[in-house]
Design a protein around this ligand. Structure first.
Ligand SMILES: Cc1cc2nc3c(=O)[nH]c(=O)nc-3n(C[C@H](O)[C@H](O)[C@H](O)COP(=O)(O)OP(=O)(O)OC[C@H]3O[C@@H](n4cnc5c(N)ncnc54)[C@H](O)[C@@H]3O)c2cc1C
Ligand code: SF4
Length: 349
C-alpha cells in the first residue's frame, strides 16, 4: 500500500469540502501511476476502502476519516419514519428493536451480511457505497470497462456469480445486501454537499445501472457526504421477509437473495407488494411482474408459485449462471408465503 496522509473530519461540511473525488473517479486513474496530490477520498468503517488500497486498485494521497463527525451514528424515529445515520454499523441495525419489529427484512438482510467482526465495523453508508465484487474488477491485471477499459471480461469469462438482468455492457451484481431490502421499503438517501446543502433521493434512483454509466454505481458527487438513510413508516398490516442463498451458510456473499414487503387488506387480500431481487442485477432489481401477480389475490401456494415464475421472466442468463433462475424463483415463492403467513405446501413446491 502507498503512503497517504490521514485526516480526521470534524463536521459533514469539512468532510465534503476535503473530499476531492469519489472512489469511483479515483479508480479511473492509471493504477500504475502514483497518487495525484488532489486524490482525497472518504473513509467510514474502512472495510472496502482498505481492501481496494491493499489490492493496489486505489492510491489516494489523503484519506479523510468520517468516524469522528458527530451526529451520524444515531437511529431516530418520528411520524415521518426511521432515520438511520450513515455511521450506524450493520451490527447495530441487525439488532435494533424497531427494525426487528417493523422492518424485519432489513434487519435480516443486514444480519446475513459478511461476518460478525465485519458487521461491528462496517457502516450502512459505506455498505451502500462499496464497490462491486466482480473478480475481474478486483484484479489489477484486468482493466475492464468499469475501470475505464474497453471490455467486460465477464461475458466470455467466469460469470457464475454475475447478473442475469440489466447487464448492459457490465454484468456486476450490486454488492450491498442491505440495498435489496432498503429498495423494497422505498428508502431514500440524504446527501450533504460542501456548502451544507442537503438533498434527498430515492435509493432506487441513487443507484446507477451500467446503461446510465458503466463507471460508477451511484449518483454520489465529488464533495458530497451521504449522511442518512430514511425509511418511510410501515402500516400495521405490513409484513416483510428477506431470504438469501449463498454457497456457505455464514460469512458468504449471496448467490441470490430477495426482499418481499406485503400489505394486506382486512379481508386478507394482498393490497400492495414490493419484491426486490438481490445478486441478480447491477442494481437491486424490482420484480414488477411478480408484484402484479400478487395484488388483489388471497396468497396461497399456487399464487406464490406464479409470482416466483414471474420474478424471473425476462432474465438473460450468461453462459455459467442460468442456475440462479430456479433459485430466485424459489426464494420469491417462499418469501411471499412467509410474508403472507401462508403455509408451505408439504411437497415444498
Ligand atoms: C469477507 C467479506 C464478506 C462480505 N460479505 C458481505 C455481504 O454478504 N453483504 C454485504 O452487503 N457486504 C458484504 N461485505 C462488504 C462489507 O459489508 C462492506 O465492505 C462494508 O459494509 C463497507 O462499509 P464501510 O463502513 O467499511 O465502508 P468504507 O470501506 O469505509 O467505505 C466504502 C466506500 O464508501 C465511501 N463512503 C463511506 N461512507 C461515506 C459517506 N458517508 N459519504 C460518502 N462516501 C462514503 C468510501 O469513500 C468508500 O468508497 C463483505 C466484506 C468482506 C470482506
Ligand atoms: S462485469 Fe463489470 S466490473 Fe466485471 S469485468 Fe465486466 S465491466 Fe468489469
Amino acid at each position: 500500500m502507498d503512503r497517504f496522509v490521514w485526516q480526521v473530519a470534524r463536521s459533514v461540511t469539512e468532510a465534503a469540502t476535503l473530499a476531492g473525488r469519489t472512489v469511483a473517479e479515483a479508480m479511473l486513474a492509471d493504477p500504475g501511476q502514483p497518487a495525484a496530490p488532489d486524490c482525497v477520498v472518504l473513509k467510514a468503517g474502512g472495510i472496502d476502502l482498505l481492501d481496494l488500497m491493499k489490492e493496489g486498485l486505489l492510491r489516494p494521497s489523503r484519506v479523510v476519516n468520517l468516524r469522528e463527525v458527530p451526529g451520524l451514528a444515531a437511529i431516530t424515529e418520528d411520524s415521518s419514519g426511521l432515520r438511520i445515520g450513515t455511521l450506524v454499523t450493520l451490527e447495530q441495525l441487525a439488532t435494533h428493536p424497531a427494525l426487528r419489529q417493523r422492518y424485519a427484512a432489513l434487519a435480516d438482510a443486514v444480519a446475513s451480511s459478511a461476518s460478525p467482526q465485519i458487521r461491528h465495523v462496517a457502516t450502512l453508508g459505506g455498505n451502500l457505497l462499496q464497490r462491486p465484487r466482480c473478480w475481474y474488477f478486483r484484479s489489477v491485471a484486468h482493466h475492464c470497462a468499469r475501470k475505464g477499459g474497453e471490455h467486460c471480461f465477464a461475458f466470455a469469462g467466469e460469470n457464475q456469480y454475475h447478473a442475469v438482468f440489466g447487464h448492459e455492457g457490465c454484468a456486476i451484481v450490486h454488492p450491498s445486501t442491505a440495498a435489496t431490502a432498503l429498495v423494497a421499503f422505498d428508502a431514500r438517501v440524504e446527501l450533504v454537499n460542501a456548502q451544507g446543502v442537503p438533498r434527498s433521493v430515492p435509493l432506487g434512483a441513487f443507484l446507477v445501472g451500467p446503461g446510465i454509466d458503466v463507471k460508477r454505481e451511484t449518483d454520489l458527487g465529488a464533495g458530497e457526504v451521504l449522511t442518512a438513510v430514511l425509511l418511510p413508516p410501515t402500516a400495521a398490516s405490513t409484513r416483510s421477509v428477506f431470504l438469501k442463498q449463498a454457497a456457505r451458510s455464514s460469512s458468504d456473499w449471496s448467490i441470490a437473495d430477495v426482499a418481499v414487503v406485503l400489505d394486506r387488506a382486512p379481508d386478507g387480500r394482498c393490497q400492495r407488494a414490493c419484491i426486490v431481487l438481490g445478486a441478480a442485477a447491477p442494481v437491486p432489481w424490482r420484480a414488477q411482474q411478480a408484484e402484479a401477480a400478487l395484488v388483489g389475490q388471497m396468497i396461497d401456494a399456487a399464487v406464490a408459485r406464479t409470482a416466483g415464475q414471474a420474478a424471473i421472466a425476462g432474465a438473460v442468463p450468461l453462459s455459467r449462471n442460468a442456475y440462479k433462475l430456479p433459485i430466485l424463483a424459489t426464494l420469491v415463492r417462499r418469501a411471499v408465503l412467509q410474508a403472507a403467513g401462508a403455509p408451505e405446501p408439504e411437497n415444498g413446491r
